[in-house]
Ligand binder design. Sequence first.
Ligand code: NDP
Length: 324
Amino acid sequence: MRAIQITETGGPEVLRLVELPDPSPGPGQLLVEVAAAGVNYIDTYHCSGAYPVPLPFIPGSEGAGTVAAVGRDVSDFAVGDQVAWAGSPGSYAELALVPAAQAVPVPPGVNIEIAAGCLLQGMTAHYLAVSVHAVQPGETVLVHAAAGGTGSLLTQLATTRGGRVIGTVSTPDKERLARQAGAAEVIRYTEVDDVAGEVRRLTRGDGVAAVYDGVGASTFDASLSSLRRRGMLALFGAASGPVPPVDPQRLNSAGSVFLTRPKLADYVPTRDELTWRAGEVFDAILDGSLRINIGGRYPLADARRAHQDLQSRRTTGKLLLLPR
Ligand code: NDP
């Protein structure tokens, strides 16, 4: 099979197209013919070594395709089933081994490319807007990078729940997309000196109930200063780099606020929670309340270009790699 492999850590240049023997499924595993793999920021952390992985390594944390073979002890899936997964590596390939415990059936009516690209960012948006801080009707929340993959889904989910979203973006095109996703207000954070001041102005001095921050280093201080009393800062990523250590006293000064650094795996730790969250994402796609905007499709061989585009802020929405 053809696959993208890294044998050393570094920038996008470490992603190489290689020919490897076809894998066969072990106990509890599915062998899946990958129809499409989602590209996510976490894949760039695996390449750079920010999140260490055993080498050699086939990146790609999500995808969807057709089951080609099943290993021992698999009872829930059969050859020919369409499945999707998130949080299991090896998706940048023609064939992937996926733990059956992490696979979910693709419901009828959901396009296979949408299924490939909706789960990782979709379930992340879901746990942030539903579980980390459950957005309440009428309250205002701040979503950074609101035209990005996760940000645009989070903006849609928060809006559907009745929240008022202030989104941040870097360009006029991204502003248009953030508004399409439902953002009531958009701040071009690359052009505004005092983002927190602007958030205060837009909330009549109150601040927001929650900040969803996947940007990290460049936004953290403004995020903290944008919260209302006892607000929640969900720092869920570091697209601009990791946040330096924080003195807990800053949470006190900011108004007895909360800081959490969550990850998807801790919000889908059981099969029940995984199928519930994935089911809610699929249902929202089917009823039209959640739109997955495919911002780019790349042949498998162009994985390097996909990472370069993602890391240089050129992309919007969801990027897919297509193995065939
Ligand atoms: P996006 O599609 O959102 O791309 C990242 C966006 O971040 C860019 O488009 C850009 O938007 C913004 N950004 C701001 N500063 C920078 C910078 N210096 N370099 C690059 N981008 C920058 O990616 P994802 O949706 O895949 O991921 C978003 C974040 O969410 C990542 O930090 C990721 O790690 C995190 N994440 C966390 C999960 C979790 O469970 N903890 C799960 C999924 C994602 P703009 O140009 O508008 O500024």
